[in-house]
Design a protein around this ligand. Sequence first.
Ligand code: ATP
Length: 503
Amino acid sequence: QEDVFKKIVSHCKEYGFVFPSSDIYDGLGAVYDYGQNGVELKNNIKEYWWKSMVLLHENIVGIDSAIFMHPTIWKASGHVDAFNDPLIDNRDSKKRYRADVLIEDQIAKYDEKIEKEVVKARKRFGESFDEAQYMATSPRVLETKQKRDALHERYAAAMQGPDLEALKQIIVDEEIVDPISGTKNWTDVRQFNLMFSTEMGASADGAMKVYLRPETAQGIFVNYLNVQKTGRMKIPFGIAQIGKAFRNEIVARQFIFRMREFEQMEMQFFVKPGTELDWFPKWKQTRMAWHQALGFGAENYRFHDHDKLAHYANAATDIEFRMPFGFKEVEGIHSRTNFDLSQHEKFSGKSIKYFDPQTNESYTPYVIETSIGVDRMFLSIMCHSFEEEKLENGETRTVLKLPAALAPVKLAVMPLVKKDGLPEKAREIIDNLRFHFNCQYDEKDTIGKRYRRQDAIGTPYCVTVDYDTLKDNTVTLRFRDTMEQERVDIARLNSIIEDKVSI
Ligand code: ATP
Protein backbone atom coordinates (compact mmCIF):
# COMPACT_ATOMS: atom_id res chain seq x y z
CA GLN A 1 0.00 0.00 0.00
CA GLU A 2 2.86 2.36 0.83
CA ASP A 3 4.36 1.56 -2.57
CA VAL A 4 1.11 2.34 -4.33
CA PHE A 5 0.98 5.69 -2.55
CA LYS A 6 4.53 6.53 -3.68
CA LYS A 7 3.53 5.69 -7.24
CA ILE A 8 0.50 7.97 -7.00
CA VAL A 9 2.66 10.85 -5.74
CA SER A 10 5.12 10.49 -8.61
CA HIS A 11 2.29 10.03 -11.10
CA CYS A 12 0.83 13.34 -9.91
CA LYS A 13 4.11 15.07 -10.72
CA GLU A 14 4.90 13.27 -13.95
CA TYR A 15 1.51 14.02 -15.48
CA GLY A 16 1.08 17.66 -14.44
CA PHE A 17 -1.35 17.21 -11.55
CA VAL A 18 0.63 18.30 -8.48
CA PHE A 19 4.14 19.76 -8.16
CA PRO A 20 6.04 20.55 -4.97
CA SER A 21 5.91 24.34 -4.50
CA SER A 22 9.09 26.22 -5.51
CA ASP A 23 10.34 23.01 -7.10
CA ILE A 24 13.51 24.46 -8.65
CA TYR A 25 14.48 25.63 -5.15
CA ASP A 26 13.94 22.08 -3.82
CA GLY A 27 10.42 22.72 -2.56
CA LEU A 28 8.78 24.30 0.45
CA GLY A 29 7.50 22.08 3.26
CA ALA A 30 3.90 20.93 2.87
CA VAL A 31 3.11 23.50 0.16
CA TYR A 32 2.14 22.31 -3.32
CA ASP A 33 1.22 23.73 -6.71
CA TYR A 34 -1.38 22.27 -9.05
CA GLY A 35 -0.28 21.75 -12.64
CA GLN A 36 -2.12 21.90 -15.94
CA ASN A 37 -4.20 18.77 -15.31
CA GLY A 38 -4.45 19.19 -11.55
CA VAL A 39 -6.08 22.60 -11.80
CA GLU A 40 -8.77 21.23 -14.13
CA LEU A 41 -9.55 18.33 -11.79
CA LYS A 42 -9.57 20.66 -8.80
CA ASN A 43 -11.90 23.13 -10.54
CA ASN A 44 -14.23 20.28 -11.44
CA ILE A 45 -14.34 19.10 -7.80
CA LYS A 46 -15.21 22.63 -6.69
CA GLU A 47 -17.90 22.91 -9.34
CA TYR A 48 -19.37 19.55 -8.31
CA TRP A 49 -19.58 20.77 -4.71
CA TRP A 50 -20.85 24.27 -5.55
CA LYS A 51 -23.58 23.02 -7.84
CA SER A 52 -24.84 20.44 -5.39
CA MET A 53 -24.76 22.84 -2.42
CA VAL A 54 -25.71 26.22 -3.87
CA LEU A 55 -27.56 25.57 -7.13
CA LEU A 56 -29.57 22.60 -5.91
CA HIS A 57 -30.62 24.16 -2.59
CA GLU A 58 -32.98 27.09 -2.87
CA ASN A 59 -32.08 28.16 0.68
CA ILE A 60 -28.27 28.12 0.32
CA VAL A 61 -26.32 31.03 -1.16
CA GLY A 62 -22.59 31.53 -1.68
CA ILE A 63 -20.07 34.20 -0.72
CA ASP A 64 -16.37 34.84 -1.28
CA SER A 65 -14.87 36.58 1.74
CA ALA A 66 -11.34 37.98 2.09
CA ILE A 67 -8.48 35.95 3.55
CA PHE A 68 -7.47 38.88 5.78
CA MET A 69 -9.98 39.66 8.51
CA HIS A 70 -10.11 41.89 11.54
CA PRO A 71 -7.75 40.33 14.13
CA THR A 72 -10.41 40.45 16.86
CA ILE A 73 -12.35 37.82 14.89
CA TRP A 74 -9.72 35.23 15.83
CA LYS A 75 -9.89 36.30 19.46
CA ALA A 76 -13.68 35.86 19.39
CA SER A 77 -13.55 32.51 17.62
CA GLY A 78 -11.07 31.14 20.17
CA HIS A 79 -8.29 30.57 17.63
CA VAL A 80 -5.80 32.95 19.26
CA ASP A 81 -6.06 31.18 22.60
CA ALA A 82 -6.96 27.63 21.72
CA PHE A 83 -5.99 26.71 18.14
CA ASN A 84 -2.92 24.87 19.36
CA ASP A 85 -1.18 21.56 18.85
CA PRO A 86 0.82 19.95 21.67
CA LEU A 87 4.47 19.84 20.59
CA ILE A 88 7.35 17.71 21.76
CA ASP A 89 11.00 17.63 20.64
CA ASN A 90 13.48 14.80 20.66
CA ARG A 91 16.87 15.98 21.92
CA ASP A 92 18.86 13.47 19.85
CA SER A 93 17.29 13.76 16.44
CA LYS A 94 16.33 17.43 17.00
CA LYS A 95 13.03 16.50 15.38
CA ARG A 96 9.74 18.01 16.43
CA TYR A 97 6.58 15.95 16.79
CA ARG A 98 2.94 16.36 17.76
CA ALA A 99 2.58 14.64 21.10
CA ASP A 100 -1.00 13.61 20.27
CA VAL A 101 0.08 12.05 16.98
CA LEU A 102 2.85 10.05 18.69
CA ILE A 103 0.30 8.66 21.14
CA GLU A 104 -2.27 7.96 18.45
CA ASP A 105 0.38 6.04 16.50
CA GLN A 106 1.05 4.02 19.65
CA ILE A 107 -2.67 3.19 19.95
CA ALA A 108 -2.62 2.14 16.30
CA LYS A 109 0.30 -0.20 17.07
CA TYR A 110 -1.83 -2.06 19.63
CA ASP A 111 -4.58 -2.32 17.00
CA GLU A 112 -2.10 -3.74 14.50
CA LYS A 113 -0.90 -6.27 17.06
CA ILE A 114 -4.46 -7.49 17.62
CA GLU A 115 -5.05 -7.63 13.88
CA LYS A 116 -1.91 -9.74 13.42
CA GLU A 117 -3.03 -12.23 16.10
CA VAL A 118 -6.38 -12.57 14.33
CA VAL A 119 -4.75 -13.19 10.96
CA LYS A 120 -2.46 -15.82 12.50
CA ALA A 121 -5.38 -17.56 14.22
CA ARG A 122 -7.45 -17.52 11.05
CA LYS A 123 -4.64 -19.32 9.25
CA ARG A 124 -4.34 -21.84 12.08
CA PHE A 125 -8.03 -22.68 12.43
CA GLY A 126 -9.04 -22.35 8.79
CA GLU A 127 -12.75 -22.70 7.94
CA SER A 128 -13.89 -23.19 11.51
CA PHE A 129 -12.45 -19.87 12.73
CA ASP A 130 -14.91 -17.78 14.76
CA GLU A 131 -13.45 -14.27 14.96
CA ALA A 132 -15.87 -12.91 17.58
CA GLN A 133 -15.26 -15.82 19.90
CA TYR A 134 -11.51 -15.62 19.42
CA MET A 135 -11.53 -11.90 20.24
CA ALA A 136 -13.50 -12.58 23.40
CA THR A 137 -11.37 -15.45 24.69
CA SER A 138 -7.76 -15.30 23.47
CA PRO A 139 -5.59 -14.22 26.44
CA ARG A 140 -3.08 -12.55 24.16
CA VAL A 141 -5.75 -10.48 22.41
CA LEU A 142 -7.48 -9.64 25.67
CA GLU A 143 -4.26 -8.42 27.25
CA THR A 144 -3.36 -6.20 24.28
CA LYS A 145 -6.91 -4.88 24.09
CA GLN A 146 -6.86 -4.00 27.76
CA LYS A 147 -3.61 -2.07 27.34
CA ARG A 148 -4.94 -0.34 24.28
CA ASP A 149 -8.21 0.72 25.92
CA ALA A 150 -6.43 1.95 29.05
CA LEU A 151 -4.09 4.03 26.90
CA HIS A 152 -6.97 5.40 24.87
CA GLU A 153 -8.81 6.43 28.01
CA ARG A 154 -5.75 8.11 29.50
CA TYR A 155 -5.08 9.90 26.23
CA ALA A 156 -8.67 11.16 25.91
CA ALA A 157 -8.49 12.52 29.46
CA ALA A 158 -5.12 14.21 28.86
CA MET A 159 -6.42 15.89 25.71
CA GLN A 160 -9.20 17.59 27.69
CA GLY A 161 -7.69 20.86 28.60
CA PRO A 162 -5.20 19.67 27.35
CA ASP A 163 -3.03 18.51 30.23
CA LEU A 164 0.50 18.83 28.81
CA GLU A 165 2.24 17.07 31.70
CA ALA A 166 -0.11 14.12 31.41
CA LEU A 167 0.63 13.85 27.67
CA LYS A 168 4.37 13.80 28.39
CA GLN A 169 3.86 11.16 31.09
CA ILE A 170 2.02 8.90 28.64
CA ILE A 171 4.93 9.15 26.18
CA VAL A 172 7.36 8.24 28.98
CA ASP A 173 5.25 5.38 30.40
CA GLU A 174 4.56 3.86 27.00
CA GLU A 175 8.29 4.11 26.22
CA ILE A 176 7.52 5.74 22.89
CA VAL A 177 10.67 6.22 20.85
CA ASP A 178 11.58 8.78 18.22
CA PRO A 179 10.85 7.03 14.90
CA ILE A 180 14.08 8.51 13.48
CA SER A 181 16.70 8.20 16.23
CA GLY A 182 15.03 5.37 18.17
CA THR A 183 15.72 7.22 21.45
CA LYS A 184 13.50 8.40 24.32
CA ASN A 185 15.13 11.82 25.03
CA TRP A 186 11.93 13.86 25.04
CA THR A 187 11.51 17.50 26.05
CA ASP A 188 8.42 18.73 27.87
CA VAL A 189 5.23 19.17 25.85
CA ARG A 190 4.25 22.73 24.98
CA GLN A 191 1.49 24.41 23.02
CA PHE A 192 2.06 25.69 19.51
CA ASN A 193 -0.42 28.00 17.76
CA LEU A 194 -1.20 26.96 14.20
CA MET A 195 -2.09 30.38 12.83
CA PHE A 196 0.25 32.23 10.49
CA SER A 197 0.50 35.94 11.17
CA THR A 198 1.76 38.91 9.23
CA GLU A 199 1.65 42.68 9.48
CA MET A 200 -0.74 44.99 7.74
CA GLY A 201 -0.03 48.65 6.93
CA ALA A 202 2.61 50.87 8.48
CA SER A 203 0.95 53.68 10.40
CA ALA A 204 2.82 55.95 12.82
CA ASP A 205 1.63 53.70 15.66
CA GLY A 206 3.07 50.67 13.96
CA ALA A 207 1.55 47.98 11.84
CA MET A 208 -1.39 45.80 12.83
CA LYS A 209 -0.82 42.10 13.39
CA VAL A 210 -3.20 40.13 11.18
CA TYR A 211 -3.64 36.40 10.62
CA LEU A 212 -4.00 34.29 7.53
CA ARG A 213 -7.36 32.60 8.13
CA PRO A 214 -7.06 29.03 9.41
CA GLU A 215 -10.62 28.24 8.25
CA THR A 216 -13.07 29.89 5.89
CA ALA A 217 -16.00 29.52 8.31
CA GLN A 218 -15.42 32.79 10.19
CA GLY A 219 -15.81 34.74 6.94
CA ILE A 220 -19.32 33.31 6.78
CA PHE A 221 -20.19 34.08 10.41
CA VAL A 222 -19.13 37.72 10.21
CA ASN A 223 -21.16 38.13 7.00
CA TYR A 224 -24.21 36.36 8.40
CA LEU A 225 -26.19 39.58 8.95
CA ASN A 226 -25.18 41.11 5.60
CA VAL A 227 -26.36 38.07 3.68
CA GLN A 228 -29.48 37.44 5.76
CA LYS A 229 -30.67 41.06 5.39
CA THR A 230 -29.73 41.72 1.76
CA GLY A 231 -30.86 38.29 0.59
CA ARG A 232 -33.99 38.42 2.82
CA MET A 233 -33.09 34.90 3.90
CA LYS A 234 -35.46 32.99 6.13
CA ILE A 235 -34.24 30.43 8.65
CA PRO A 236 -33.34 27.65 7.96
CA PHE A 237 -30.80 28.80 5.36
CA GLY A 238 -27.15 28.24 4.53
CA ILE A 239 -24.11 30.20 3.34
CA ALA A 240 -21.42 28.39 1.36
CA GLN A 241 -17.88 29.39 0.52
CA ILE A 242 -14.80 27.95 -1.18
CA GLY A 243 -11.43 29.44 -0.33
CA LYS A 244 -7.88 29.12 0.91
CA ALA A 245 -7.01 28.42 4.53
CA PHE A 246 -3.60 28.34 6.21
CA ARG A 247 -2.29 26.30 9.12
CA ASN A 248 1.27 26.04 10.31
CA GLU A 249 1.02 22.26 10.63
CA ILE A 250 3.89 20.76 12.61
CA VAL A 251 3.71 17.27 11.26
CA ALA A 252 3.18 17.80 7.58
CA ARG A 253 3.08 14.45 5.90
CA GLN A 254 1.32 12.28 3.37
CA PHE A 255 1.64 14.63 0.42
CA ILE A 256 -1.42 16.88 -0.03
CA PHE A 257 -3.28 15.23 2.87
CA ARG A 258 -1.87 17.73 5.36
CA MET A 259 -0.73 21.01 3.87
CA ARG A 260 0.17 24.43 5.24
CA GLU A 261 -1.81 26.21 2.52
CA PHE A 262 -4.96 24.42 1.43
CA GLU A 263 -8.48 25.00 0.25
CA GLN A 264 -11.77 24.40 2.02
CA MET A 265 -15.38 24.12 0.87
CA GLU A 266 -17.53 25.05 3.84
CA MET A 267 -21.23 25.58 4.39
CA GLN A 268 -22.80 26.96 7.55
CA PHE A 269 -26.48 26.15 7.90
CA PHE A 270 -28.40 28.45 10.28
CA VAL A 271 -31.30 26.88 12.15
CA LYS A 272 -33.71 27.59 14.96
CA PRO A 273 -32.26 26.69 18.40
CA GLY A 274 -33.49 23.29 19.48
CA THR A 275 -33.80 21.96 15.91
CA GLU A 276 -30.05 21.50 15.34
CA LEU A 277 -30.02 17.83 16.27
CA ASP A 278 -32.75 17.20 13.67
CA TRP A 279 -30.67 18.90 11.01
CA PHE A 280 -27.38 17.25 11.96
CA PRO A 281 -28.32 13.72 10.76
CA LYS A 282 -29.90 15.19 7.63
CA TRP A 283 -26.64 16.88 6.66
CA LYS A 284 -24.68 13.74 7.55
CA GLN A 285 -26.75 11.75 5.07
CA THR A 286 -26.76 14.46 2.38
CA ARG A 287 -22.99 14.80 2.49
CA MET A 288 -22.37 11.06 2.50
CA ALA A 289 -24.66 10.71 -0.53
CA TRP A 290 -22.63 13.41 -2.32
CA HIS A 291 -19.43 11.43 -1.78
CA GLN A 292 -20.95 8.11 -2.74
CA ALA A 293 -22.46 9.53 -5.95
CA LEU A 294 -18.94 9.43 -7.39
CA GLY A 295 -19.30 5.65 -7.55
CA PHE A 296 -16.19 4.66 -5.56
CA GLY A 297 -18.13 2.08 -3.51
CA ALA A 298 -19.90 2.56 -0.18
CA GLU A 299 -17.42 0.23 1.54
CA ASN A 300 -14.71 2.87 1.12
CA TYR A 301 -16.46 5.40 3.35
CA ARG A 302 -17.40 5.48 6.98
CA PHE A 303 -18.55 7.92 9.63
CA HIS A 304 -16.35 8.54 12.63
CA ASP A 305 -18.61 10.04 15.30
CA HIS A 306 -16.70 12.07 17.88
CA ASP A 307 -17.09 11.08 21.48
CA LYS A 308 -14.74 13.89 22.51
CA LEU A 309 -16.46 17.16 21.51
CA ALA A 310 -15.02 20.65 21.24
CA HIS A 311 -16.51 22.87 23.94
CA TYR A 312 -18.81 24.68 21.48
CA ALA A 313 -20.12 21.58 19.67
CA ASN A 314 -23.00 19.33 20.64
CA ALA A 315 -22.47 16.75 17.88
CA ALA A 316 -19.65 16.06 15.43
CA THR A 317 -18.71 13.43 12.90
CA ASP A 318 -16.10 12.93 10.20
CA ILE A 319 -16.62 11.32 6.84
CA GLU A 320 -13.59 9.10 6.35
CA PHE A 321 -12.35 7.63 3.09
CA ARG A 322 -10.14 4.59 2.63
CA MET A 323 -6.79 6.03 1.52
CA PRO A 324 -3.79 3.76 0.82
CA PHE A 325 -2.62 4.67 4.35
CA GLY A 326 -5.92 3.80 6.06
CA PHE A 327 -9.33 5.40 6.64
CA LYS A 328 -8.79 9.17 6.94
CA GLU A 329 -10.95 12.24 7.47
CA VAL A 330 -12.00 14.04 4.32
CA GLU A 331 -14.93 16.05 5.66
CA GLY A 332 -16.17 17.19 9.07
CA ILE A 333 -19.81 17.81 9.98
CA HIS A 334 -20.29 19.74 13.19
CA SER A 335 -23.20 21.05 15.19
CA ARG A 336 -21.54 24.28 16.41
CA THR A 337 -24.47 25.58 18.50
CA ASN A 338 -24.64 29.41 18.59
CA PHE A 339 -21.05 29.63 19.82
CA ASP A 340 -19.52 31.60 16.93
CA LEU A 341 -22.39 34.04 16.38
CA SER A 342 -22.74 34.83 20.08
CA GLN A 343 -18.98 35.29 20.45
CA HIS A 344 -19.06 37.78 17.56
CA GLU A 345 -22.00 39.57 19.22
CA LYS A 346 -19.96 39.83 22.38
CA PHE A 347 -16.71 41.00 20.78
CA SER A 348 -18.21 43.34 18.15
CA GLY A 349 -20.96 44.73 20.36
CA LYS A 350 -23.44 44.33 17.45
CA SER A 351 -26.65 42.35 17.68
CA ILE A 352 -26.64 39.34 15.34
CA LYS A 353 -30.14 38.16 16.23
CA TYR A 354 -32.64 36.77 13.78
CA PHE A 355 -36.19 38.04 13.95
CA ASP A 356 -38.65 35.31 13.14
CA PRO A 357 -41.69 37.02 11.54
CA GLN A 358 -43.89 33.98 12.07
CA THR A 359 -43.41 33.60 15.80
CA ASN A 360 -42.45 37.22 16.54
CA GLU A 361 -39.35 36.13 18.47
CA SER A 362 -35.68 37.02 18.15
CA TYR A 363 -32.87 34.56 18.63
CA THR A 364 -29.24 33.82 17.78
CA PRO A 365 -29.37 30.96 15.27
CA TYR A 366 -27.69 27.61 15.82
CA VAL A 367 -25.35 26.29 13.16
CA ILE A 368 -24.65 23.01 11.42
CA GLU A 369 -21.35 23.13 9.52
CA THR A 370 -20.16 20.92 6.68
CA SER A 371 -16.45 21.39 6.01
CA ILE A 372 -14.45 19.55 3.39
CA GLY A 373 -10.90 20.00 2.14
CA VAL A 374 -10.58 20.32 -1.65
CA ASP A 375 -7.05 18.91 -1.58
CA ARG A 376 -8.00 15.88 0.52
CA MET A 377 -10.92 15.24 -1.81
CA PHE A 378 -8.48 15.52 -4.74
CA LEU A 379 -6.17 13.01 -3.06
CA SER A 380 -8.96 10.54 -2.36
CA ILE A 381 -10.09 10.73 -5.99
CA MET A 382 -6.54 10.21 -7.25
CA CYS A 383 -5.96 7.26 -4.91
CA HIS A 384 -9.16 5.56 -5.93
CA SER A 385 -8.78 6.17 -9.67
CA PHE A 386 -5.15 5.14 -10.07
CA GLU A 387 -4.78 1.65 -11.53
CA GLU A 388 -1.99 -0.40 -13.01
CA GLU A 389 -3.86 -2.80 -15.20
CA LYS A 390 -2.40 -6.04 -16.55
CA LEU A 391 -3.41 -6.41 -20.18
CA GLU A 392 -3.93 -9.65 -22.10
CA ASN A 393 -0.71 -9.10 -24.07
CA GLY A 394 1.28 -9.05 -20.83
CA GLU A 395 1.80 -5.27 -20.82
CA THR A 396 0.74 -3.02 -18.00
CA ARG A 397 -1.19 0.16 -18.60
CA THR A 398 -1.41 2.95 -16.05
CA VAL A 399 -4.87 4.44 -16.11
CA LEU A 400 -6.73 7.01 -14.03
CA LYS A 401 -10.32 5.84 -13.88
CA LEU A 402 -11.62 9.26 -12.91
CA PRO A 403 -15.35 9.89 -12.94
CA ALA A 404 -15.88 11.37 -16.44
CA ALA A 405 -17.42 14.53 -15.00
CA LEU A 406 -14.23 15.28 -13.05
CA ALA A 407 -11.65 14.33 -15.69
CA PRO A 408 -9.37 17.24 -16.71
CA VAL A 409 -9.67 16.45 -20.42
CA LYS A 410 -12.89 14.90 -21.70
CA LEU A 411 -11.92 14.11 -25.28
CA ALA A 412 -8.63 13.71 -27.15
CA VAL A 413 -8.76 13.96 -30.94
CA MET A 414 -5.94 12.33 -32.88
CA PRO A 415 -5.20 12.18 -36.60
CA LEU A 416 -3.89 8.73 -37.53
CA VAL A 417 -1.05 10.37 -39.50
CA LYS A 418 0.30 13.90 -39.72
CA LYS A 419 -0.57 14.43 -43.41
CA ASP A 420 -3.17 14.20 -46.16
CA GLY A 421 -5.63 16.53 -44.47
CA LEU A 422 -6.15 14.37 -41.35
CA PRO A 423 -4.76 16.97 -38.88
CA GLU A 424 -7.05 19.62 -40.40
CA LYS A 425 -10.05 17.32 -40.06
CA ALA A 426 -9.14 16.58 -36.41
CA ARG A 427 -8.89 20.30 -35.64
CA GLU A 428 -12.26 20.90 -37.29
CA ILE A 429 -13.83 18.33 -34.93
CA ILE A 430 -12.26 20.02 -31.90
CA ASP A 431 -13.37 23.46 -33.05
CA ASN A 432 -16.95 22.25 -33.04
CA LEU A 433 -16.74 20.68 -29.57
CA ARG A 434 -14.43 22.94 -27.53
CA PHE A 435 -17.27 25.13 -26.31
CA HIS A 436 -19.01 22.10 -24.83
CA PHE A 437 -16.12 20.43 -22.99
CA ASN A 438 -12.34 20.36 -22.65
CA CYS A 439 -10.71 18.77 -25.73
CA GLN A 440 -7.07 18.06 -26.50
CA TYR A 441 -5.36 17.64 -29.86
CA ASP A 442 -2.53 15.11 -30.07
CA GLU A 443 -0.60 14.07 -33.19
CA LYS A 444 2.76 12.96 -31.80
CA ASP A 445 3.90 9.29 -31.56
CA THR A 446 1.98 6.14 -32.43
CA ILE A 447 -1.73 5.90 -31.71
CA GLY A 448 -1.00 3.32 -29.00
CA LYS A 449 1.32 5.71 -27.15
CA ARG A 450 -1.17 8.53 -27.49
CA TYR A 451 -3.92 6.36 -25.96
CA ARG A 452 -1.62 5.54 -23.02
CA ARG A 453 -0.89 9.22 -22.43
CA GLN A 454 -4.60 9.97 -22.30
CA ASP A 455 -5.23 6.95 -20.02
CA ALA A 456 -2.63 8.32 -17.61
CA ILE A 457 -4.45 11.65 -17.23
CA GLY A 458 -7.87 10.00 -17.11
CA THR A 459 -9.35 11.18 -20.44
CA PRO A 460 -12.56 9.15 -20.82
CA TYR A 461 -12.85 9.41 -24.64
CA CYS A 462 -10.42 9.39 -27.55
CA VAL A 463 -11.30 9.92 -31.19
CA THR A 464 -9.10 8.83 -34.08
CA VAL A 465 -9.40 10.46 -37.48
CA ASP A 466 -8.35 8.24 -40.42
CA TYR A 467 -8.70 8.13 -44.19
CA ASP A 468 -12.27 6.82 -44.01
CA THR A 469 -13.20 9.88 -41.97
CA LEU A 470 -12.52 12.07 -45.00
CA LYS A 471 -14.92 9.93 -47.04
CA ASP A 472 -17.82 9.25 -44.68
CA ASN A 473 -17.42 11.60 -41.68
CA THR A 474 -17.09 8.77 -39.17
CA VAL A 475 -14.35 8.36 -36.54
CA THR A 476 -13.17 5.67 -34.13
CA LEU A 477 -14.35 6.45 -30.61
CA ARG A 478 -12.32 4.68 -27.92
CA PHE A 479 -13.47 4.27 -24.33
CA ARG A 480 -10.87 4.60 -21.56
CA ASP A 481 -12.08 1.97 -19.11
CA THR A 482 -12.97 -0.87 -21.47
CA MET A 483 -10.58 0.15 -24.28
CA GLU A 484 -13.42 -0.80 -26.62
CA GLN A 485 -13.73 1.01 -29.91
CA GLU A 486 -16.75 1.98 -31.91
CA ARG A 487 -17.20 3.63 -35.28
CA VAL A 488 -19.44 6.70 -34.91
CA ASP A 489 -20.66 9.60 -36.96
CA ILE A 490 -18.89 12.89 -36.13
CA ALA A 491 -22.28 14.55 -35.78
CA ARG A 492 -23.13 12.21 -32.88
CA LEU A 493 -19.99 12.87 -30.80
CA ASN A 494 -21.40 15.77 -28.85
CA SER A 495 -24.55 13.97 -27.77
CA ILE A 496 -22.65 10.77 -26.84
CA ILE A 497 -20.08 12.61 -24.71
CA GLU A 498 -21.63 15.78 -23.31
CA ASP A 499 -24.24 14.02 -21.27
CA LYS A 500 -21.65 11.81 -19.54
CA VAL A 501 -19.14 14.54 -18.74
CA SER A 502 -21.35 17.37 -17.52
CA ILE A 503 -21.34 18.01 -13.79
P1 ATP B 1 -7.18 17.04 11.06
O1 ATP B 1 -7.75 16.39 12.30
O2 ATP B 1 -6.86 16.07 9.96
O3 ATP B 1 -6.08 18.03 11.33
P2 ATP B 1 -9.26 18.92 11.36
O4 ATP B 1 -10.25 18.10 12.11
O5 ATP B 1 -8.41 19.90 12.05
O6 ATP B 1 -8.35 17.94 10.47
P3 ATP B 1 -11.16 20.71 10.29
O7 ATP B 1 -10.67 21.86 11.06
O8 ATP B 1 -12.45 20.06 10.67
O9 ATP B 1 -10.01 19.62 10.17
O10 ATP B 1 -11.19 21.14 8.76
C1 ATP B 1 -12.15 20.63 7.85
C2 ATP B 1 -11.51 19.95 6.65
O11 ATP B 1 -10.44 20.74 6.13
C3 ATP B 1 -10.88 18.62 6.97
O12 ATP B 1 -11.84 17.58 6.95
C4 ATP B 1 -9.86 18.47 5.85
O13 ATP B 1 -10.47 17.95 4.69
C5 ATP B 1 -9.45 19.90 5.58
N1 ATP B 1 -8.14 20.17 6.20
C6 ATP B 1 -7.90 20.54 7.47
N2 ATP B 1 -6.59 20.72 7.68
C7 ATP B 1 -5.97 20.47 6.50
C8 ATP B 1 -4.62 20.51 6.06
N3 ATP B 1 -3.64 20.85 6.88
N4 ATP B 1 -4.35 20.18 4.78
C9 ATP B 1 -5.34 19.84 3.93
N5 ATP B 1 -6.64 19.80 4.28
C10 ATP B 1 -6.97 20.11 5.55
